[in-house]
Design a binder for this molecule. Structure first.
Ligand code: FES
Ligand code: FES
Length: 165
């Protein structure tokens, strides 16, 4: 038995036939579409390395069955930059040393973009740490990560308000 689904991934529509209903979005992205920027850490919802945005909300893609997301709009780390122009969150991670080995970084960046869109934390470091607590970093780059999310939040809020950069 096969299952036909349609997904918009990074602004491009994909018609996909699954031969196994147990395929996760993470495995679909990495092993079928070769979008390997999304990382597999624990594969059980504990590390956040696989974070992507689905219909604008951040999820652990290792816990999401592809067949359950027919029609969904996905954004992965590969779709965040606009051509050669990095997303403000990507720039902030570079400027504030928000990574060491980089393994957790795609998930951290996707989670940060989701958090800023949710407007749950503003530029309050404590609330950012709390709202990013599902994204683990074995290198312990948390200080830079928090600073980066604060800075990106401020930059994006200023841009939304029409203030000069
Ligand atoms: Fe999905 Fe760890 S790989 S939460
Ligand atoms: Fe190495 Fe986070 S930068 S795991």
């Amino acid at each position: 038995m096969t299952f036909a689904i349609s997904l918009t991934i990074n602004r491009t529509q994909h018609d996909i036939v699954l031969d196994d209903p147990r395929v996760t979005l993470l495995d679909l992205l990495r092993e079928r579409l070769y979008l390997t920027g999304t990382k597999k850490g624990c594969d059980r919802g504990q590390c956040g390395a696989c974070t992507i945005l689905v219909d604008g909300r951040r999820i652990n893609s290792c816990l999401a069955l592809a067949v359950s997301h027919d029609g969904a709009d996905l954004l992965t780390i590969e779709g965040v930059a606009e051509g050669d122009t990095l997303h403000p969150v990507q720039r902030a991670f570079i400027a504030h040393d928000g990574f060491q080995c980089g393994f957790c970084t795609p998930g951290q960046i996707m989670s940060a973009i989701g958090l800023i869109r949710e407007a749950q934390a503003g530029d309050d470091p404590e609330r950012i740490r709390e709202n990013m607590s599902g994204n683990l970093c074995r290198c312990g780059a948390y200080l830079g990560i928090t600073e980066a999310v604060c800075a990106a939040q401020r930059e994006m809020a200023a841009a939304d308000a029409g203030e000069p950069a």
